[in-house]
Design a protein. Structure first.
Length: 368
């Protein structure tokens, strides 16, 4: 009996590897959810589709919606405004009117999707409240099959929270409500430990090739810090030192600088495809990443790709770098291979190397 049990476990493990859970994750479809996400995109709502392996392969899709007060800029005019001010108020009111319409259209679509999915759900619940000037709605739906890997959970779940307060102050178009829709799917694959023997430099080479193209240039950089130096004063992002402790950190990086946002986003798309190819061949790494694009108003270093094993980390982070004095507009994709503690120094966009507090820059006129 014991031999049969061991053989069964080996067979299940083999099936999990051969099935390539990253392929299953990427190809999984739910037509109702896919249609909802596509509609949300057409209305301009903020959407995140993220993938992860923290021992279980997961896909999460989120739709975030904002609701605003009914007050308008035109309501605040008193006849003393200039013609251009009136036109400006009317233009802003028109923009926000479209946003408000799209928010309520999305809310109606989510409620309709809940009605459709609850008919085929294993379990569905709805809570609705309208008290003390606050409207709130919550949905919870369990789809798919009971999870083997996560007790008391199904392989597909949906949660939705909507909350909006009545307007208290007549401030035009202030945010007074929100809605968050989350679809969560996991493959129920057998847990895979992170492989100590994997060399993450493979994908670093692939990504560097992708970044080497017309309309883009690359800068290589290195970061080294050992326990003889406290890097706290130079920290841009990473792990803070505390209680007098100092950390070892070693990073090899490539900064890809594109000449336009279109080229940058094409590079991001190509990295996205290369990441999937890498994960198909390396099912033993941990990862989380989301397919994103740069926008003109993007801030610094968006989380895009994060891959790790037991001894090193790969991070890919796009950004629009405007410089410390807002004197430029560079569309960047930063790629880092990190060993030890994660640490990125200030001045990373100009840096050739950092060694225990000492900088070397590409522009020799820059001094510390």
């Amino acid at each position: 009996m014991k031999k049969i049990a061991i053989l069964l476990w080996v067979m299940i493990g083999s099936l999990g590897v051969n099935a390539q859970p990253s392929v299953e994750l990427r190809n999984h479809k739910n037509p109702t959810i896919d249609g909802l996400v596509e509609y949300a995109e057409s209305l301009g709502h903020h959407i995140i589709t993220a993938y992860a392996n923290y021992g279980i392969y997961r896909k999460v899709q989120r739709i975030n919606i904002e609701f605003r007060s009914d007050s308008t800029y035109m309501e605040g005019t008193n006849g003393s405004e200039s013609e251009s001010q009136i036109r400006g108020a009317m233009r802003l009111d028109s923009i926000f009117a479209i946003k408000d319409r799209n928010s309520y259209l999305m809310l109606d679509s989510i409620r309709q999707a809940y009605k459709e999915l609850s008919k085929v759900a294993r379990e569905s619940n709805m809570w609705e409240s309208h008290e003390n000037g606050t409207d709130s709605i919550s949905y919870a739906i369990s789809l798919g099959r009971p999870s083997v890997m996560i007790p008391n959970k199904n392989t597909e779940t949906i949660t939705f929270i909507y909350k909006q307060n009545k307007q208290s102050l007549p401030i035009p178009h202030t945010i007074n409500g929100y809605a968050n829709f989350t679809y969560d799917y996991h493959t129920d694959s057998i847990w895979r430990p992170y492989n100590d023997e994997l060399d993450a430099s493979d994908i670093m080479k692939d990504i560097e090739k992708i970044c080497t193209r017309d309309g883009a240039r690359i800068q290589h950089f290195t970061v080294y810090n050992d326990k003889t130096h406290d890097y706290t004063g130079d920290l841009f992002s990473g792990v803070y030192t505390k209680d007098g402790k100092k950390w070892n950190s070693e990073t090899t990086g490539v900064l890809c600088i594109a000449s336009s946002i279109e080229i940058a986003n094409q590079i991001i798309d190509d990295i996205y495809e290369a990441t999937w190819a890498y994960l198909d061949e390396h099912p033993h790494v941990g990862f989380d990443f989301a397919h994103i694009h740069l926008k003109e108003n993007t801030g610094s270093l968006l989380p895009f790709v994060h891959i790790w094993n037991n001894h090193e980390v790969i991070r890919v982070e796009p950004c629009v770098d405007r410089g410390e004095k807002y004197d430029k507009q560079d569309y960047c994709i930063m790629v880092r291979q990190i060993k030890g503690t994660e640490f990125l120094p200030k001045g990373w966009s100009r840096m050739k190397s950092y060694n225990n507090g000492k900088y070397e820059y590409y522009d020799s006129s820059i001094t510390e």
